[in-house]
Design a protein around this ligand. Structure first.
Ligand code: EPZ
Length: 442
């Protein structure tokens, strides 16, 4: 697994890393999608519940996965890399129940260590999580579930602490549909005494994947993928072999990239059913999408039509695809209205798109986009993972050569993005300017 990216201008690592992209080439060929990031970052902490050996296949080789593995290792798990996408993780001997502060702050999903450690050991401490800055990201619904199971929570020195010597099955009705709270509640409840009913839960494909993984480890979780999940607590769980589902959002990103550049791309290793909300919008915009058993072909020859999009929990249009679809709409004919229904602050890429000649106006959670014939290359900066991916897609279609900074955000979630895009004929390179060169330039 790669080292988590050292951030730019930090300490001694004064390295400026950028993508340099010359736009205008239609993407052509085939690309293979990796395992789902948002499933992987939950399944890795969930291996703690096994207290034994798990072999995880189809793990994406990205920095968020590396960060989760680093936490597991720091806690005493034995981790062996069997190949680039397969790890054997033995959580028999775990040394503590506190996730080191600097590690948990590296990524949002470290909150899953709360549920997993609470579920196995009855106690856990994790720092308030970091991750993409999309506006306020409370975890009150996670704590609501832990409390209902009988745990007490407290915040000390920036660490959230949860504890119970006797987790009891319970009934939780979530106030908000939350992916993180749904998964954390499952992790904490699988070995509680009695039955837990979770209502108004999230239904994303990775919720189902985590539930399937828990069941493969011996849990009894039913109903994942519907509004109600029922969990009968089991006494013990065990290790297993498991293969993670393909990443819906990575696949969607390449679908949009193909459409944006007027290309023709076969996107392999996907579950077409998971892509339906994306496929439906692309077809509405005039893009051809052909579905196969485990692949989709995306092809555009004509003009793009404008769309109205509102992001919603699954099966609605996924918020993580919103920045990418917004970019697509910048070159569609007519006016598009994009409403962000999940996060308060997910249009931070709009200023960068303005620099590229887009006509986009944002008012709170709504963006109004008037299509322009073409985007122009510009130096831009990724503010978060999906915003960064969206800027890559914009640059692939823009006239001229763009430079994208802060690419560590993008590499948190897209394995080998440069190589995959080059394989489709894109003109993209990654450059690193070392400290000395930078100093000379200043
Ligand atoms: C997950 O975040 C994903 N992250 C996000 O993907 C994704 O955008 C999001 O789900 C929605 O699909 C991971 O899986 C690691 P939520 P999560 O809890 O779980 C509110 C990406 O780009 N809420 O479903 O943190 C919250 O403020 C990332 O890959 C509460 O009010 O999201 C938001 O408005 C970015 N209280 C809404 O619910 C809570 O306790 C949905 O959040 C929890 C959430």
């Amino acid at each position: 697994m790669p080292e988590p990216d050292k951030h730019l201008f930090e300490g001694k690592y004064c390295i400026l890393e950028k993508f340099i992209i010359t736009g205008g080439k239609p993407l052509m060929g085939e690309v293979t999608i990796g395992g789902a990031k948002n499933a992987a970052v939950a399944i890795l902490p969930a291996t703690l519940l096994a207290g034994g050996k798990c072999v995880l296949e189809n793990l994406p080789n990205i920095s968020d996965v590396a960060a989760s593995v680093e936490i597991l290792r720091a806690m005493g798990a034995q981790v062996k890399m069997l190949n680039k996408h397969t790890l054997e993780i033995d959580t028999t001997h775990i040394m503590g129940t506190e996730v080191p502060n600097e590690m948990s702050r590296q990524m949002r999903a470290s909150y899953y260590f709360l549920g997993a450690l609470l579920g196995r050991f009855g106690t856990a401490s994790v720092a308030m999580p970091g991750g993409c800055n999309l506006g306020p990201r409370p975890i009150d619904q996670h704590l609501k579930a832990f409390t209902a199971l009988g745990a007490e929570d407290s915040v000390r020195a920036g660490m959230i602490h949860v504890e119970s010597d006797n987790l009891q099955g319970c009934h939780v009705f979530f106030d908000t549909v939350s992916v993180g709270a749904t998964i954390n509640a499952m992790l904490a409840a699988v070995m509680a005494h009695g039955t837990t009913i979770l209502e108004n839960v999230a239904k994303e494909p990775h919720i189902v994947d985590v539930a399937n993984f828990l069941n493969t480890m011996g849990a009894d979780v039913r109903g994942a993928g519907t509004d109600v999940i029922k969990i009968r607590g089991v006494e013990k769980m065990h290790g297993c072999n498991y293969s993670i589902i393909p990443d819906q959002i990575e696949a969607g990103s390449y679908m949009v990239a193909a459409a944006m550049t007027g290309g023709n791309v076969l996107i392999k290793n996907v579950i077409p059913k998971h892509l339906e909300p994306i496929t439906a919008k692309l077809e509405r915009a005039g893009v051809l999408v052909e579905e196969y058993d485990d692949a989709v072909r995306v092809c555009r020859t004509g003009k793009l039509e404008s769309l109205n999009i509102k992001t919603m929990p699954h099966p609605g249009f996924p918020t993580d695809m919103q920045p990418l679809m917004s970019v697509l709409m910048t070159i569609a004919q007519g006016t598009s209205i994009v409403t962000e229904g999940i996060w308060e602050n997910r249009f931070r890429f709009a200023d960068e798109l303005l620099r590229m000649g887009a006509n986009i106006q944002v008012d709170g959670r709504v963006a109004v986009i008037e299509g322009v014939p073409e985007l122009q290359a510009a130096p831009v900066r990724a503010s978060d993972l999906r915003a960064g991916a969206a800027l890559v897609v914009a640059a692939l279609a823009a006239n001229g050569t763009s430079e994208i900074e802060e690419i560590a955000h993008i590499e948190r979630g897209y394995e080998g993005i440069v190589e995959k895009l080059q394989g489709l004929g894109a003109d993209i390179r990654r450059i690193s300017i070392p400290e000395q060169t930078l100093r000379q330039a200043l």
